[in-house]
Design a binder for this molecule. Structure first.
Ligand SMILES: [Zn+2]
Ligand SMILES: [Zn+2]
Length: 267
């Protein structure tokens, strides 16, 4: 089965319209393509966020494409929903207007002790500023807060796929700010792998940082995947594509080495 369920379009911060992506997926011989628009942040003025007002129109467009192309490919309607404590929840109940086929739960903003939020993946510069201004200059405190928030999401929200579980690595090769072999970091991976296993959720192997040139590896890292595999966690391969030509980026590097599921909804 050739599939990708993590796809962004012009409904959020992607480059191509959904129909362009569906046609690319057909050309590449995909069995299924799923859309996962970024959804509902606390600040609804972010221009590319799927607001409650836009969400039903998004779902209607994807469902219409599913019908139009039903003889050639399976098209699913999902969302990539943020977990921001006190602000947004990747929870089925919060997305009733979309009735998504699946929900990817992701942490892109880490809540700081002073009540501010630090964006994990905007730019190395903004991350450095956020750690300096809101975590007392301690990258370790920031990374630990990120994983604590991921675990809280896993154990309290009703969703299907755990998105890019170690997104904190995004800038750590080109702009190193913490040691991925440090005992405290590996302990965070162990604790988070325990939470994924306890939640029963699917972990994605996400090649998005490869297509955008930040990393030469997927999220989660090989060390993290090993911990997840040891706990019996199931994986799903995803591109986190922001353009039609990226929907299978580097899939050939990861397809054979994990225990993959081909459907995005956990049992
Ligand atoms: Zn994401
Ligand atoms: Zn994404």
């Amino acid at each position: 089965m050739k599939t990708n369920y993590h796809t962004h379009t012009t409904w959020c911060d992607g480059k191509d319209a959904p129909e362009t992506v569906v046609m690319a997926a057909i050309d590449k011989g995909f069995d299924a393509i799923g859309f996962s628009s970024h959804a509902m942040l606390p600040e609804d003025d972010t221009p590319w966020v799927l607001t409650p007002e836009k969400a039903p129109r998004y779902a209607a467009e994807i469902r219409a494409l599913a019908k139009k192309y039903e003889d050639r490919i399976r098209v699913l309607c999902g969302v990539e929903a943020d977990y921001v404590p006190g602000g947004a929840t990747p929870d089925r109940g919060a997305y009733a207007a979309v009735a998504p086929d699946y929900i990817i739960g992701s942490v892109h903003f880490v809540a700081a002790p002073d009540g501010m939020r630090v964006c994990v993946d905007m730019s190395p510069e903004s991350l450095a500023d956020g750690i300096r201004d809101h975590f007392g200059g301690s990258a370790e405190a920031y990374v630990r807060a990120y994983f604590a928030q991921v675990r809280e999401m896993l154990l309290t929200c009703d969703f299907d796929i755990a998105g890019h579980l170690d997104l904190v690595r995004k800038f750590n090769v080109r702009h190193p700010y913490f040691d991925e072999s440090a005992p405290w970091y590996l302990a965070e991976l162990d604790r988070t792998a325990d939470a994924v296993a306890a939640s029963g959720k699917i972990a994605e192997v996400n090649t998005g940082a490869i297509s955008r040139g930040w990393l030469d590896d997927a999220y989660p890292s090989a060390a993290f995947r090993e911990r997840l595999r040891a706990r019996g966690v199931m994986f799903i391969l995803s591109a986190d594509a922001h353009a039609a030509d990226a929907i299978d980026c580097a899939f050939d590097r990861f397809g054979d080495c994990e225990t993959f599921v081909s459907a995005p909804v956990r049992k």
